[in-house]
Write a protein that binds this ligand. Structure first.
Ligand code: ADP
Length: 497
């Protein structure tokens, strides 16, 4: 297969890196080189920021409904190219076609949702203290925004950032994950073909250093990051020192709680797909099963059977349920947790090792039993097809175990008892809560993000998603024709008018 040559997109042109350096993107199912991309340096980031600054002058003045129309066009082109984009995504990062199609669909949904914001972007008016005076609050654009994204949702996650940023009148410099440059370029091409003016969206591919340069650049006032907690905190620290606004979406240690009265078959299906879908490499993946004692034996037996029935392989094949891990580093990390599990005295019910295949970073779906609250495998994000089973006696204990981790993205409970469900809604301290559904499958019209170590209090998607990329501007219009200074003036002015 031919190695694709990826370029940066700067100021409306596809260009090589000024650094002259490149890096390779590897198909994780075959270990073949898929694409070669610019390893962008400081000069490349600077050129992209400069292009974005130049384009901002007219983009911010483009009427928002017109900006929204371009987003609708983005949605249409994405829909036309959905299959091609999904196939390229599977080739580049490994998840199965059904999931890569879903990834593109998220961007289509978000493009329509944020396109609609072009005719909304709601501010508000409120009464003011003086007569003959009017007050309103408007959402204003910020300027050039820097986006740093990972490889696991290479179209969906960037779309959650760039679509609200663009409709609000900002211009963008995007640094995608180093495992997914080719799909990132294909996604950027959609915006070019939709008629987005030159310089409004700029792509610079590269590694961590490229991202760091973008964070430090004085022309970038706002950053939105999705990725690991350790990198996110580095970005946050650096950006804070420079007084920048940051949105962070980092790790998760998501749990499904299963109560004795749960619908067993439904729970088995949901746990399987939330734990092993995308090979466990979603920030919302289920990595803990917190199960009440009564249902545990039946549930665990069914889960082991289900995990063993999953077909591993190249995500392009229809019969495959679970693709590879993204790269050798991910495989080493997940394998490392098997040693941790052994040291912690955990029983491996199924899996626990690299799959027996000639090529590719495949790891068997794995179930750990006998996991206790506080163990490393119960606390740390593994980011692979590994589910830790924790047995509890009651709903209260289950909720306590759920809440006692450093992360707070997503949680779920399976119960047929409405009182238990509402207690869980009240007491589970995650940013997303599901009832009788797995921990994955967020919809773009609701806020997405987490508490504790998952984020920094910001949210993506929904109306909240606009907060990252807008400033509030409060406007006072005094049409009294005089300087109104204090409440004391009120009676007098009212008498005159
Ligand atoms: P992952 O495990 O998903 O690769 P990372 O947090 O390492 O998670 O990467 C997420 C994104 O952050 C990637 O685009 C990566 O290149 C970028 N990145 C890595 N290190 C830094 C850094 N020090 N500053 C800014 N961005 C970085």
């Amino acid at each position: 297969m031919m190695v694709e040559s990826v370029k940066n997109f700067v100021g409306g042109s596809w260009v090589e890196a000024k650094s002259g350096e490149t890096f390779d993107s590897i198909n994780p199912a075959t270990e073949a080189v898929l694409a070669r991309a610019p390893l962008s340096g400081g000069e490349d980031v600077a050129a992209a920021v400069q292009a974005a600054q130049a384009a901002y002058k007219s983009w911010r003045l483009t009427p928002a409904p017109r900006r929204g129309e371009i987003l609708f066009k983005v949605a249409q082109i994405l829909a036309e190219r959905k299959e091609d984009l999904a196939r390229l995504m599977t080739l580049e990062m490994g998840k199965i076609l059904a999931e890569t199609r879903g990834d593109v669909q998220e961007a289509i949904d978000m493009a329509y949702y944020m396109g609609g914001e072009g005719r909304r972007l709601l501010g508000y008016t409120a009464p003011v203290e003086m007569p003959n005076k009017f007050g309103m609050a408007l959402r204003d654009s910020v300027g050039v925004v820097g986006l740093i994204t990972p490889w696991n949702f290479p179209v969906a996650v960037p779309s959650w950032k760039m679509l609200p940023a663009l409709v609000a009148g900002n211009t963008v410099v995007w640094k995608p994950g180093e495992d997914t440059p080719a799909i990132s370029a294909a996604f950027t091409k959609v915006f070019e073909d939709a008629g987005l003016p030159a310089g409004v969206l700029n792509l610079v591919t590269g590694a961590g250093q490229t991202g760091e340069t973008l964070v430090s650049h004085p022309g970038v006032r706002v950053l939105s990051f999705t990725g690991s907690t350790s990198t996110g905190l580095k970005v946050y620290t650096k950006a804070a020192g420079l007084g920048k606004k940051v949105t962070l979406e980092m790790g998760g240690k998501n749990a499904i709680l299963v109560m004795d009265d749960a619908n067993l078959d439904l729970a088995v299906e949901a746990i399987t797909w939330s734990a092993f879908g995308t090979t466990g490499q979603r920030c919302t993946a289920t990595s803990r099963l917190i199960v009440q004692s009564g249902i545990k034996p039946r549930l665990v037996e069914a889960l082991v059977a289900k995990a063993r029935s999953l077909t591993l392989g190249d995500g392009l094949e229809d019969s495959v349920d679970v693709g590879p891990l993204v790269n050798q580093k991910a495989l080493d990390k997940v394998s490392g947790y098997m040693d941790v599990a052994r040291q912690e005295g955990i029983r491996v019910l199924t899996g626990g090792r690299r799959a027996d295949r000639e090529k590719g970073y495949f790891f068997e779906p794995t179930l750990f039993d006998g996991v206790q609250q506080g163990m490393r495998v119960e606390q740390e994000e593994i980011f692979g097809p590994v589910l830790s089973i924790v047995e509890v006696a009651s709903l209260e204990e289950a909720i306590d175990v759920n809440n006692s981790v450093a992360y707070g993205l997503s949680s779920s409970i399976f119960t047929e008892n409405v009182n238990a469900a509402f207690r869980a809604i009240r007491d589970l301290t995650t940013g997303i809560v599901y009832i009788n559904h797995g921990t994955t499958g967020a919809e773009i019209q609701f806020p997405f993000g987490g508490t504790r170590g998952t984020g920094n209090g910001m949210r993506e998607a929904g109306q909240a998603g606009l907060d990252s990329f807008t400033e509030w501007k409060s406007v006072y219009v005094d049409f009294s024709g005089r300087l109104q200074r204090a409440q004391i003036d009120t009676d007098k002015i009212l008498g005159e008018s």
